[in-house]
Design a protein around this ligand. Structure first.
Ligand code: NAG
Ligand code: NAG
Length: 324
């Protein structure tokens, strides 16, 4: 095993925020994977790997609760919600029953899932996450009437945190890129990487191409031209690379060892009660073998939110919210 370079670090990927004609404290609906999940997998029959509702996760969360976030504390969705004036991100779909809760937004994310449904079998795949959102939309409609419900949804923010697993786990299959990135002529990935280390080496040029040639051009034109939505695309790969290259600038001193884990770089096993954790968690990049610490979730959320277009395109989240 090369390093604890996590899927996050290799991180292909993307927070995509879409906002339709919204104001500041709008409902937030979240679709995504373990970087965004806050408890939807807790009662699912999935491998331990796709769960985190046990110590030492959550050790810095208010009340030291292991909610199902893959973090020592908050995750990135929580921080974006906080910058928007909420105390915390929206609750997980699995525990959301009250209309009042739904009006503030719902988190549908499921650790292990991908943009493609065949990524992460057994997790709540993307199609199901979207269906779950539709169920919430229907409930809102029944309770509030169609016009009011439509207005609420049309003025909501959607946070989509996805793709890391599609690419890092299995989607070196060409059809992934061809079917999901529409200008895929530009987007083939040269060779299937053989090891994690290899993956890291291949992924940057490949994804630079995907993101810059494919996503930002095709998707942005399509979004703005054909729909009523505006969006902000945050390049997590670029953010985490910058932190790893210049950690001191960001107050981080350890970008190699996971805080909670065991084995080489503390990155060979999952964070559970059976392993130890570090005390200087704010100095660490990695909380566990795949996920960042709350400190890094905060830094990257700040980058995405307040960014002057180094990491976000075509606008930052703040501009997304203010421009409405
Ligand atoms: C997606 O999830 C649904 C519901 O669990 C399941 O029926 C479907 O087979 C899944 N799709 C894939 C490709 O795994
Ligand atoms: C912790 O260790 C015990 C004893 O070896 C084992 O039975 C248990 O499954 C382990 N728990 C986890 C979460 O790995």
């Amino acid at each position: 095993m090369a390093s604890p370079s996590s899927f996050f670090g290799i991180g292909i990927v993307s927070i995509l925020l879409v906002l339709t004609k919204a104001k500041a404290t709008v409902p937030i609906f979240v679709l995504g994977d373990s970087l965004a999940d806050n408890g939807n997998n807790n009662n699912l029959n999935v491998p331990l790997l796709d769960k985190s509702n046990f110590a030492h996760n959550g050790i810095d969360f208010p009340g030291r609760i292991a909610t199902g976030r893959f973090s020592n504390g908050f995750n990135g969705v929580d921080y974006i919600a906080r910058f928007l004036g909420f105390p915390i991100g929206p609750p997980p779909y699995s525990t959301t029953t009250e209309l009042n809760q739904m009006l503030r937004g719902v988190n549908f994310a499921s650790a292990g899932s991908g943009i493609q449904d065949y990524t992460g079998p057994g997790t709540i795949n993307m199609t199901t996450q979207i269906k779950n959102f539709q169920k919430v939309a229907q409930l809102l409609q029944q309770a509030l009437g169609q016009n009011r419900a439509e207005h609420i949804i049309a003025t909501s923010m959607f946070i989509i945190v996805h793709s890391t697993l599609d690419v890092s786990l299995q989607s070196w299959r060409k059809e992934f890129l061809y079917s999901w990135y529409r200008t895929s002529r530009l987007c083939t990935i040269p060779n299937k990487p053989k090891s994690r280390r290899d993956l890291h080496r291949h992924i940057e040029p490949a994804f630079y191409e995907v993101q810059h040639n494919c996503l930002s051009e095709s998707e942005s034109t399509e979004f703005t031209a054909s729909r009523n939505e505006i969006y902000s695309y945050s390049n997590i790969y670029r953010m985490t690379s910058d932190i790893i290259e210049n950690p001191i600038l960001f107050g981080i001193t350890d970008v190699q060892n996971a805080c909670c884990g065991n084995g080489k770089f503390n990155g060979e096993v999952q964070c559970t009660t059976n392993v130890t954790y570090c005390h200087n968690r704010n100095d660490h990049f990695y909380w566990d073998w795949f996920h960042p610490t709350q400190a890094v979730y905060k830094i990257t959320s700040q980058m995405a939110f307040f960014d002057s277009l180094i990491y976000s395109t075509p606008i930052s989240i703040q501009q997304l919210v203010m421009g409405i």
